[in-house]
Design a protein around this ligand. Structure first.
Ligand SMILES: [Mn+2]
Length: 633
């Protein structure tokens, strides 16, 4: 049931990723970065002592020997990591975008790993392939190696070492998180910076190169394997074989048509400077046509990596759940496509499923499998099993499940604290809207459970199984009756007191419990609160010198950039009023604490005196609703 919640989170992250994209481009225009230092500072000898080194000439045996120390938590020496990334990029880029695995007798497919070394270890054990592979067997990792978990570097390095040791029986496909923009907002880039502070920029550049060298799909005699799925009915295997190399090399597939038209170079620079060759194509006479072809290739990639199946006959629809990236494809769409290509199974990953795998029957003997191999996703906080899928010639696909034996409470024990917190935040940021809606449907202050669920579902736009969380979130009112003999009985009215429910959420939603909003928030502040994550990122970004303050000019430039991406009627007006309302001490700078106060809701009463017109907040909200990824698809 948390899939809906996760995908909501993902929509926000996608928006954040494309926003960051533009902000980075903006900052570069404003303030060209100084030339990178030619030589990295050496890693201190003390640090280096503990680090795992790879021989210059890496044998298969030496590569496999390195898996153990990595799984024990040892760190690869930065120079060795760089060399591994660079060598792997060359090797992977030499493979076609569509891998032809028809000759493989048994293919084990591993799904999303998301930075979990323990899940990788269990997945390899489930594949019975920890260090060797029998002839005729292959191992395919179906993308999303990085992000969300804290061991993304080690997971990726392990996969590259496995690939190095078994170049013709280990296969790596690109996932939507093997993406410069997405991995910047989902934590992988921070992990690299934290683990390799002195080498982070060089390693990041090598990682972007690696992302752009990964193949994107594979097929056996009976199955098509890709991270997300089918972007449209028109997809053909030939189209994949013909994917323009420059499109495949794109360090991010999230770039949208508007930005691409403006400045491919700025975009490349924004994601870390990996050269894609797309810029070179633009210099010739057929430059525009070549660039358009690359754009189409990138859009195709985005569709392959981001699409999701639905278990209904629905053809193709825009994938609103993912902020518009990729498509939703129905069982009819999958069946028709598979039959047309003489295939039976579509094997994809990309979605959390409770047992680590899921099969959607799509009719006429065809099916869509989801394989997700990160157990207790994300980062050990969830409760799901992981699985791998075995595709053997002449046999039905077979899943092998595994779970992290944490011994902790299972899924029935309740929600993860993180999910509870996120949900409280979400309700808090829609408090006014919820109250209005409740009042409209049930003016008396109490609402029936089905109606409560409906209002929550539609107002928050979150397709959660609200019936299951209702009792936890908003218990029904109990009525005590005292009989003549003095005995008391408690009866359930079946009604939720929505006023009390919203008050309780307000009290618990603030990070320090008691403060909540401190007073009646304006709708505008509420709308801004809703976008806290994005605005935080904006702040951190605008604060170029790290002084902890953003001045009015910087603020204005940021808003203007965002306005330039919006239809005029949605543009954010009255930027000065907005700035002033955040600049509480009126010193001409927005300090981080001021900024944060707005989003944390511990806003002093000065915030509620009408300085911030409601319209601004709503326009602010619209920016994020206006998703560039959606435009492009
Ligand atoms: Mn994914």
């Amino acid at each position: 049931m948390w899939a809906a919640f996760e995908s909501r989170d993902e929509v926000q992250k996608v928006r954040l990723a494309s926003l960051l994209f533009d902000l980075e481009a903006m900052a570069r225009e404003k303030q060209p970065s100084p030339a990178a230092p030619a030589v990295d500072e050496p890693v201190s000898s003390l640090d280096a002592l503990d680090m795992v080194r790879l021989p210059k000439v890496l044998s298969a045996g030496a590569a496999l020997d390195t898996l153990d120390p990595l799984s024990r938590g040892d760190r690869l020496h930065p120079e060795c990591l760089l060399r591994l990334l660079q060598q792997a990029s060359v090797a992977l880029a030499g493979e076609p975008p569509l891998l032809d695995l028809q000759a493989v007798d048994e293919l084990m497919v591993v799904g999303d790993l998301h930075g979990s070394m323990e899940s990788l270890r269990l997945a390899l054990a489930a594949c019975d392939a920890a260090d060797r592979l029998a002839p005729g067997r292959s191992l395919l990792f179906n993308g999303d190696f990085v992000d969300r978990g804290s061991e993304s570097v080690e997971v990726l390095a392990s996969l590259l070492l496995l690939k190095h040791a078994h170049p013709t029986s280990v296969w790596l496909l690109r996932g939507n998180h093997e993406d410069g923009s997405l991995a910047t907002v989902y934590g992988f880039r921070d992990e690299v910076r934290e683990k390799y502070p002195a080498h982070a920029e060089r390693i990041w550049a090598a990682l972007l190169e690696l992302f752009g060298s990964l193949p994107v799909a594979a097929h056996t005699a009976s199955a098509f394997i890709v991270h997300g799925g089918l972007p449209s009915a028109h997809l053909s295997l030939q189209q994949l074989r013909d994917l323009p190399p420059a499109a495949r090399r794109a360090p991010s597939v999230l770039r949208h048509a508007a930005a691409a038209g403006k400045s491919t170079a700025a975009e490349e620079a924004a994601t870390g400077g990996a050269s894609t060759g797309g810029g070179a194509a633009a210099t010739g006479d057929g430059g525009a046509a070549a660039e358009a072809e690359v754009e189409r290739g990138v859009a195709l990639l985005r569709g392959l990596l981001w699409s999701d199946p639905v278990a209904e006959e629905r053809g193709f629809e825009p994938n609103t759940r993912r902020g518009g990236a990729g498509a939703l494809y129905g069982t009819d769409a999958a069946r028709e496509w598979l039959l047309r290509h003489g295939l039976r199974h579509l094997v994809r990953s990309h979605e959390l499923v409770a047992d680590g795998w899921e099969r959607i029957e799509s009719g006429a003997g065809t099916s869509v499998f989801t394989v997700f191999s990160c157990a207790d996703y994300p980062n050990g906080e969830g409760y799901n099993r992981g699985a791998v899928l075995c595709l053997a010639r002449g046999a039905e696909p077979r899943a092998v499940e595994f779970s992290l034996d944490s011994g902790a409470a299972g899924p029935a024990a309740g929600w993860g604290a993180r999910q509870q917190r996120s949900l409280a935040q979400l309700v808090l940021s829609h408090r006014h809207q919820l109250r209005e809606t409740f009042e409209a449907v049930a003016p008396g202050g109490r609402v029936g459970v089905p109606e409560w669920c409906r209002v929550m579902r539609t107002t928050l736009g979150l397709d959660l199984e609200w019936e299951l969380v209702q009792q936890d979130l908003a218990a029904t009112v109990k009525r005590a009756a005292v009989a003549a003999d003095g005995s008391a009985t408690l009866s359930d009215t079946g009604l939720v007191d929505y006023g009390r429910f919203l008050e309780r959420i307000a009290a618990s939603g603030g990070t320090d419990g008691a403060s909540g909003w401190g007073g009646a928030p304006t709708a505008a502040l509420e709308a801004m609160h809703r976008n806290a994550a994005q605005m935080m990122m904006v702040f951190r970004f605008l604060d170029q010198d790290g002084s902890g303050a953003v001045d009015a000019a910087e603020f204005r430039a940021g808003v203007e950039l965002l306005n330039s991406r919006l239809p005029p009627e949605q543009a954010m007006a009255d930027v000065d009023a907005l700035f002033d309302s955040i600049d509480l001490d009126s010193n001409g700078h927005i300090e981080f604490e001021e900024f944060r106060a707005v989003f944390k809701g511990v806003s002093p009463t000065a915030r509620h005196d009408g300085a911030l017109p409601a319209g601004d907040g709503e326009a602010c909200e619209d920016i994020w609703e206006d998703d560039p990824a959606a435009e492009a698809c």
